[in-house]
Design a protein around this ligand. Structure first.
Ligand code: AGP
Length: 611
């Protein structure tokens, strides 16, 4: 979750570090700091709270410099305060480190270093790096060798940046289990934990892999394995430009990303639904035919919103490919002794590709000899390198912590996967597959139709935003959308909201119904419409209030519901891609009306890279 930026070149470093950290703010943080070599001396500036505090500090006493590191910290060990803010230094204050990840053996190392006479000034795990590097950093040992020896002693995960006033012409980077990207400029080089920090300066990047080190200097970048063996790697050209990662005129990243969804669905379909032949082309995610013929079970594993996408995926894979499919929370999967084996496909859904629980589940699945496929939005992220196959969602950078466009991109990818499995297992005729693809091609336009009702949805939000509790009801393939709608509301507006299968209401939640808890019912035309209309009746007859999502023209519900949002007539299998949109907009407008920090909700991070 932390943000890391490093720079070495000919420009003033501090403005570049601060600008880079601002572009990573969405990752969630609670303190910030920077370390530069200024006038030959290692100099730090650190502050608690928002980045603006660090910016004021840095402007108070300018620091001329051409090399340095910046960091935004999301506390995992030790309270969010200045002492615990990164960078951390050795006792001589001649070298500084920034770190993202967790040192699992920090207590043992702490003891050893204290016995060696080192003094600790923070209660973070990161500080052990500063003293451990110092311990190995002798006059004849280059900084990268000291770092190599130090990280070899560490158990856990790290994305590490190191700078030393003894060797001001270099930055050293090391990574294991936490993303770290190198930016290639004109005689200047960058280090970052995520791509948006680099975009204003370069679009050519090198992704570091686990157990690699890098030395950045004016002469270029030397990449090597943890054992020091040189590594040759082609750079990746990032097509996202800086504007794409900016808000593009919207008030919040989240609103921009909700509006981008028609394009995102189109981009995720692009090049994969060839012609009318009903064939799906998954490119990098194609699996061996022999495996597909022997496939017995699919496991879908994810967290949060991605898990909701997985629940929809179960419906799609079982109906289109006729393969039994289970859906697991990633944090539960590896502790339940799952019966996955060489005839299983384990699908890991993750926007970031770095979520610790989902990454651990991926590794567990591989231990069980299952084939692993990740549906992921971030090129070069850890999961995309460890899974057998990757099916990329082309959602572009999702900056808002609350996931929206990544979710609809995941749903689109799951349609493609279900079609692909169905066709390759002869469970789906080309004509049936082609008809389904035609329906998918309509989705961008259908989403646009719903987005046009944004003003109407905002008016409804104005009527309900003061409530403290909400209940979301859905049935069948839209039950996961009830869960997703509730999650969107709770995570950005801090209102308690629960998603429930509508049929379960009478088994408990109905006791909660009164005028103070609006019930959001997903009641578009479907095979279970009558059932959900009965649920609406149950709520109304107990003086509850109902916001109903209905198919255009359904007059009956309009008479009973307090508020109505109309969606176009939809084929049931693609309906989640559209019914989720009004719920995203409702959550957004309620959160704005409540003055919440929509893009960076409290306590949340964009990517949960710790368990
Ligand atoms: C969704 O709005 C949340 N930000 C969160 O539930 C998220 O979906 C979850 O942490 C999984 O993240 P991932 O998709 O990057 O693995």
């Amino acid at each position: 979750m932390c943000g890391i930026v490093g720079y070495i070149g000919q420009q003033e470093t501090v403005p570049i570090l601060l600008d880079g950290l601002q572009r990573l703010e969405y990752r969630g943080y609670d303190s910030a700091g920077l370390a530069v070599i200024s006038r030959g001396k290692l100099t730090l500036r650190r502050s608690e709270g928002k980045l603006r505090n660090l910016i004021c500090l840095a402007h108070k006493s300018p620091l001329p410099s051409v090399v340095g590191l910046g960091h935004t910290r999301w506390a995992t060990h030790g309270r969010p305060n200045e002492d615990n803010a990164h960078p951390h230094t050795n006792n001589k204050k001649t070298l500084a480190v920034v770190h993202n990840g967790i040192v699992e053996n920090d207590r043992i190392l702490h003891k050893e270093l204290e016995a060696d006479g080192y003094k600790f000034h923070s209660d973070t795990d990161t500080e052990v790096f500063a003293h451990l590097i110092d311990k190995y950093y002798t006059a004849k040992t280059p900084l990268e060798t000291a770092v190599k020896k130090a990280v070899a002693r560490v158990k856990g995960t790290f994305a590490l940046g190191v700078v030393s006033q003894q060797e001001p012409g270099k930055l050293v980077a090391a990574r294991r289990g936490s993303p770290l990207i190198l930016g290639l400029g004109e005689k200047e080089f960058f280090l970052a934990s995520d791509i948006p920090a680099l975009l204003p300066y370069t679009r050519d990047v090198l992704f570091m892999y686990d157990d690699e080190l890098a030395v950045l200097s004016n002469r270029g970048i030397k990449l090597m394995t943890a054992k020091g063996k040189p590594v040759k790697r082609k750079s990746t050209h990032i097509t996202w430009n800086a504007i794409q990662a900016e808000k593009g005129g919207y008030k919040h990243f989240m609103l921009k990303e909700i509006y981008e969804q028609p394009q995102v669905v189109e981009d995720t379909l692009r090049g994969r639904v060839e012609g009318l032949g009903g064939e799906v082309v998954l490119g990098e995610a194609e699996m061996p035919d022999l495996f597909l013929k022997g496939l017995k079970r699919v496991f879908i594993v994810a967290c949060g919103t991605s898990w909701h996408a997985g629940l929809v995926g179960k419906f799609l894979i079982e109906s289109l490919a006729k393969v039994p499919t289970e859906v697991d929370f990633a944090s539960e999967f590896r502790y339940r002794a799952p019966l996955a084996d060489k005839n299983s496909l384990v699908v890991l859904i993750s926007q970031s590709g770095e979520t610790a629980d989902t990454l651990a589940a991926l590794r567990e699945a591989k231990k069980l000899k299952a084939r692993t496929l990740t549906i992921c939005n971030v090129v070069g992220s850890t999961m995309t390198r460890e899974a057998h196959e990757t099916l990329y969602t082309h959602a572009g950078p999702e900056i808002g912590v609350a996931s929206t466009k990544a979710f609809t991109a995941q749903l689109t990818a799951l349609h493609l996967l279900a079609l692909y499995l169905g066709r390759h297992r002869k469970a789906l005729t080309p004509a049936t597959a082609a008809a389904h693809m035609d329906r998918l091609r309509q989705v961008p336009r259908l989403i646009e139709d719903v987005i046009k009702m944004d003003k109407h949805i905002e008016e409804i939000a104005q009527k309900v935003f003061k409530h403290r509790d909400f209940l979301y009801l859905g049935r069948g393939i839209n039950y996961p959308i009830a869960l997703e709608g509730a999650l969107k509301l709770k995570e950005i507006s801090y209102i308690h909201a629960e998603g429930y299968p509508a049929g379960e209401m009478k088994h408990g939640p109905i006791a909660l119904i009164d005028g103070r808890m609006p019930v959001v019912a997903i009641a578009n035309n479907s095979s279970v419409l009558q059932k959900i209309m009965n649920n609406i009746e149950e709520v109304k007859s107990r003086n509850g209030s109902v916001l109903a999502l209905v198919t255009k023209g359904n007059k009956e519900i309009r008479r009973r519901a307090d508020w109505v949002i109309e969606v176009p007539a939809l084929n049931e299998s693609i309906s989640p891609l559209i019914t989720v949109i009004p719920l995203q907009l409702l959550a957004y407008h309620v959160a704005v009306l409540r003055g919440a920090d929509v893009d960076q909700p409290r306590n949340l991070a964009k990517s949960v890279t710790v368990e």
